[in-house]
Design a protein around this ligand. Structure first.
Ligand code: DGL
Length: 269
């Protein structure tokens, strides 16, 4: 039996949103150290071109590899949607997992042949990444997707239950709810913060799939299968690395993380 592996998990996102995944990881895997990378200078990714997102993603993966992480978690749905191959190639066999894999698995686990709704940024939805993965896992599932470009700025503004957000959500959800879906995948880092509002709007018959929670579950499984889990002999540490001056990250980030962030580093590429 090998000793625990105290190397950190590398979690990355286009900005602050991936802290929803970090929050779920801290709760599910309290012994694990984490390095979080948020590309705050270049966020949002969800409206950028595929080529640009791939180039940025490659830089971030290379940076985290230099920090000697033991597992890479792609917390950003947009990066997972269009840069999965870039990540796998650069990771050179290091275990990786992403929110799309975790969310898709959880959605098909709700029931075979399910009617599944997916919401996300325009780039995520246009990539059809959820549709492809869900079809592989359950070819009989039916998928209904909807891009929700206004959700990211509304959440960052802190308008989690504001009338404008409510109206916007009603508008976005109308077409997917008309399809009698059984589950709705929150396919963007920011959407878990809208859960109370979305729960109210979708009603009790639709299961909300929070990819932050499902990613933490999948990470726990991956670490134990690969014999990479920490054993608690060293205290868990958390580092937050961003690409822009950390002021806004600090204010908004604490809302996403549900606790104070402590020291934030600005990247030295
Ligand atoms: N992190 C992105 C995602 O999960 C949302 C923010 C952005 O557009 O960069 O898709």
């Amino acid at each position: 039996m090998s000793a625990g592996d105290s190397r950190p998990i590398g979690v990355f996102d286009s900005g602050v949103g991936g802290l929803t995944v970090v929050r779920a990881l801290m709760e599910r895997l309290p012994l694990e150290s984490i390095i979080y990378f948020g590309d705050t200078a270049r966020v949002p990714y969800g409206v950028k071109s595929v080529a640009t997102i791939r180039q940025f993603t490659a830089q971030i993966v290379d940076y985290l590899l230099r920090q000697e992480v033991k597992l890479l978690i792609v917390a950003c749905n947009t990066m997972a949607a269009v840069a999965a191959r870039v990540i796998a190639t650069r990771a050179h066999g290091l275990p990786t997992l992403d929110v799309i894999e975790a969310g898709s698995r959880a959605a098909v686990a709700v029931g075979k042949g399910g009617r599944i709704g997916v919401i996300g940024t325009p780039t995520t939805i246009n990539s059809n990444a959820y549709a492809r993965r869900i079809a592989e896992l359950d070819p009989s599932a039916r998928l209904y997707s909807q891009a929700c470009p206004l959700f990211v700025p509304l959440v960052e503004e802190g308008w989690l239950d504001h009338p404008v957000t409510r109206l916007t959500a009603q508008e976005y959800l109308r077409p997917v709810l008309a399809e009698d879906i059984g589950s709705l995948v929150l396919g963007c880092t920011h959407y878990p913060l809208l859960k109370p509002l979305l729960r109210e709007l979708v009603g009790g018959n639709v299961q909300l799939i929070d990819s932050a929670l499902t990613t933490a579950e999948l990470a726990a499984l991956r670490l134990s299968d690969a014999g990479l889990a920490a054993d608690g002999s060293e205290p868990a540490t958390y580092r937050y690395v961003v690409t822009d001056v950390p002021l806004r990250f600090q204010t908004i980030g604490e809302r996403f993380l549900g606790r104070s962030l402590g020291e934030i580093e600005r990247v030295d590429w």
